[in-house]
Design a protein around this ligand. Structure first.
Ligand code: IMP
Ligand code: MG
Length: 177
């Protein structure tokens, strides 16, 4: 698996240090409230797990399955909700977590949906945000790292379902794609 990586973009130590800072921001922004954290599967699994263990607040974790890539390296343009039932967020403050902000379609679609479902506030957090013009006018409230517009894997992010368990974020070799 490691042989398929051309270069490491953000190493594990740097990620975890940044999460310490992001966790403090979350703690400060939601003092005393029982938050609902909505984790977008599967990409945000690793990020959420490391971030939330740094937030010593009462919170509830929910997961939503969405698909926008269908296995390739380009966004398909549509966001599909794959669950029969979404978590109950009526009257709740929500922190929505995803692995990466790219075109913005996923974060926008899920955020709008949670507001439709009655969430009183939805803040968003991503480990990575690509520095580019977005198809949807959306930015995240908490961003780990801004990166160039290239396809990355690791620390939750996949290519065709693989590489999520790499402990760092890296760029795939062209021949591995
Ligand atoms: P968006 O809807 O275009 O913002 O894309 C967000 C989703 O696409 C994320 O949840 C990721 O699953 C996936 N994605 C976008 N860029 C990358 C990447 O560079 N590597 C792996 N997955 C990505
Ligand atoms: Mg993905």
């Amino acid at each position: 698996m490691e042989n398929d990586i051309e270069r490491v973009l953000v190493d594990e130590e740097v990620i975890l240090k940044r999460l310490d800072v992001m966790a403090k921001e979350v703690r400060k922004d939601f003092p005393g409230e029982v938050l609902v954290v909505v984790v977008l599967l599967k990409g945000a699994l690793v990020f959420a797990s490391d971030l939330l263990r740094r937030v010593p607040r009462m919170l509830e974790i929910e997961c939503i399955n969405v698909a926008s890539y269908h296995g390739g390296t380009e966004s398909s343009g549509t966001v599909n909700f794959l669950d029969h039932k979404l978590p109950d967020v009526k009257g709740r403050k929500v922190l929505l977590l995803d692995d990466i902000l790219d075109t913005g379609r996923t974060l926008k679609a899920v955020k709008d949906r949670l507001i439709e479902e009655g969430a009183t506030e939805v803040k968003t957090g991503v480990l990575l945000a690509k520095d580019k013009e977005r198809a949807e006018a959306v930015e995240a409230d908490y961003v780990g790292f801004f990166i160039a517009d290239e396809f990355v894997v690791g620390y939750g992010l996949d290519y065709q379902g693989r590489y999520r368990n790499l402990p760092y974020v890296g760029v795939l070799k062209a021949e591995a794609q």
